[in-house]
Design a protein around this ligand. Structure first.
Ligand SMILES: O=C(O)[C@H]1NCC[C@@H]1O
Length: 413
C-alpha cells in the first residue's frame, strides 16, 4: 500500500475506493478502510454512521477529495437481510448532507462493481451469485436502507491471467427492480407565500403551483418546469441552474416548514427513517428532441436533492416515483417503457439507443400494496454505469484543512 501511494507511515487511516459514474453522476464506492459500523440492522448502522463517523463522509465527499455534488456508496457486509438470506450485501448511500435511503444511479454502478470484484474481503457473497447462461447475466440482491433491490448485470467472459473470468459487460444495460413505488399526493395546489416566491413565478403573476408527491425509495416532490415559470421547459441551452436551484430550494423549505403536510404526505407506513422529503425534482414531459423513433416516449428531469445537490443522472429512484405518478395520472400503463433523461443525457440526444447516451428506461412491472393497503408499483429500470478509477485516500493527523473535508460555496449557490 505504501508503495502504491508513495507515502510512508500514513496508511493507518487509508480508505480505498472505486470511482464510477452513471450519466456523469459519480458513485465513489468505499471498499476498504472504513471502520465497522455499530448496530444490527442497516438502519441502525445508518444512524451510527451519522452520529459517530460523519467526518468520514465529509472527508470522502467534500473537497479536496470530492466536491459539493459528490456521491458515495459504502458497502455494508452484514445486515439483517444478508443474515436472513434475502440479500447478498448491504449499502449506505452518502451525499452532501447525510445518508440517502435509495439511489438508482449508484445501484446500477454497484451492480457492475459487485459482479466484477473477486475479492472476498470486499464482497464475501460474490462466489454465490446466481448466473443465467441463457441471458448471460448475474443477479445481485442489494439491501439499501429503503429495502432490497435486485440487480441484473450482463456479463461477458474475459481472459485474465490465463483464466476465463465472468466480468460485467458494459455494452448491455444493468437493470434493477425497485421497492414498491407509490404516489402519496396527486396534483395538489401549493400556495406560495410572498416570503417563498421567486422571480420566474412573480413574472407570471402566480401565487400557487401544482405539485405531486411520490415515493421511489425516497420521497420526491415533482413539479413541471412550466408551473415554476420556466416557459421553455427544461432545456440544455440557456439554462440558469441558479434559477432552478432557487425555486426548488424555496419549495423544499416551504414544505418542510408545514408539519401537518409532512405528517400526511411524507410518512412511509413502515419506517420513520424513510419519512422525509429527499428532493424537489423539476420535470418536463414535453421533450420532442428526445423522442427518437427507435425509443419509447421520453421525459426529462432535474433533481435537487439533500442540500440542493444536483443529480447529473436521470435519478433512478425518482424514475420509479415518476412511473407511479404517470400511472396514477393515467398517462402510462403497466409494462409500457419510458425513457427518463437528465440534462446531461439530453445534451447527448442523437441517433442510436438513448441508454448509450445516459437515459434510464423504466416501466411498471408489478402491482402491489404497502402494509397499510396503499396501491404501489414495482418498477424495473435499465441504465449504464462506467468505471472512472480507483483511489486510496489518506488523512494526515495534522492536516486541519483536508482531514474532514470542506465545501467552497458560491454566494448564490
Ligand atoms: O439515481 C438516484 O436515485 C439518485 N441519484 C442522486 C440522487 C438519487 O439518490
Amino acid at each position: 500500500m505504501q508503495h502504491t501511494v508513495g507515502l510512508y507511515g500514513y496508511d493507518e487511516d487509508a480508505i480505498h475506493v472505486v470511482d464510477m459514474h452513471t450519466t456523469g453522476e459519480a458513485t465513489r464506492i468505499i471498499i476498504q478502510g472504513y471502520p465497522e459500523l455499530k448496530g444490527t440492522t442497516l438502519l441502525e448502522k445508518r444512524r451510527d454512521a451519522k452520529l459517530r463517523l460523519d467526518h468520514l463522509r465529509r472527508r470522502l465527499m467534500f473537497e479536496p477529495r470530492g466536491h459539493r455534488d459528490m456521491y458515495g456508496a459504502l458497502l455494508v457486509r452484514e445486515t439483517e437481510h444478508v443474515f436472513d438470506g434475502t440479500a447478498d450485501i448491504g449499502v449506505l448511500f452518502l451525499h452532501n448532507e447525510g445518508y440517502s435511503t435509495m439511489c438508482g444511479h449508484a445501484t446500477l454502478a454497484l451492480g457492475r462493481f459487485l459482479v466484477d470484484t473477486h475479492d472476498s474481503t470486499v464482497f464475501p457473497g460474490r462466489k454465490d451469485l446466481p448466473y443465467d447462461s441463457e441471458s448471460q447475466t448475474s443477479t445481485v440482491r442489494i439491501h439499501a436502507p429503503c429495502g432490497v433491490v435486485t440487480v441484473t448485470v450482463p456479463t461477458t467472459i474475459k481472459q485474465i491471467g490465463g483464466n476465463d473470468v465472468h466480468v460485467s459487460d458494459p455494452s448491455r444495460a444493468v437493470s434493477f427492480t425497485s421497492v414498491p413505488c407509490y404516489v402519496s399526493l396527486l396534483s395538489y395546489t401549493l400556495p406560495i407565500p410572498q416570503t417563498h416566491t421567486w422571480p420566474h413565478l412573480e413574472e407570471l403573476g402566480k401565487s400557487d403551483i401544482q405539485i405531486s408527491i411520490a415515493y421511489g425509495g425516497a420521497f420526491y416532490c415533482l413539479v413541471e418546469a412550466r408551473e415554476l415559470g420556466f416557459q421553455d421547459g427544461l432545456r440544455t441551452k440557456g439554462i440558469e441552474l441558479e434559477d432552478y436551484d432557487r425555486a426548488t430550494g424555496k419549495i423544499k423549505a416551504l414544505i418542510e416548514s408545514d408539519e401537518e403536510f409532512c405528517k400526511r404526505y411524507l410518512r412511509h407506513p413502515d419506517e420513520p427513517d424513510l419519512s422525509f422529503l429527499y428532493s424537489v425534482m423539476i420535470v418536463d414531459h414535453d421533450v420532442p428532441s428526445a423522442n427518437l423513433s427507435s425509443s419509447p416516449p421520453a421525459e426529462v428531469g432535474l433533481c435537487f436533492f439533500a442540500d440542493q445537490q444536483v443529480d447529473r443522472s436521470p435519478t433512478g429512484s425518482c424514475a420509479g416515483a415518476r412511473v407511479a405518478l404517470r400511472m396514477a395520472e393515467g398517462t402510462m400503463r403497466m409494462n409500457e417503457p419510458r425513457d427518463f433523461h437528465s440534462l446531461v443525457s439530453l445534451a447527448k440526444v442523437g441517433s442510436g439507443d438513448a441508454l448509450d447516451r445516459g437515459a434510464f428506461r423504466a416501466l411498471g412491472i408489478e402491482e402491489t400494496k404497502l402494509s397499510d393497503g396503499t396501491s404501489a408499483v414495482v418498477v424495473r429500470l435499465d441504465g449504464k454505469a462506467w468505471y472512472t478509477g480507483t483511489s486510496i485516500f489518506v488523512a494526515e493527523k495534522l492536516d486541519e484543512i483536508a482531514r474532514n473535508g470542506f465545501q467552497l460555496r458560491l454566494p448564490n449557490a
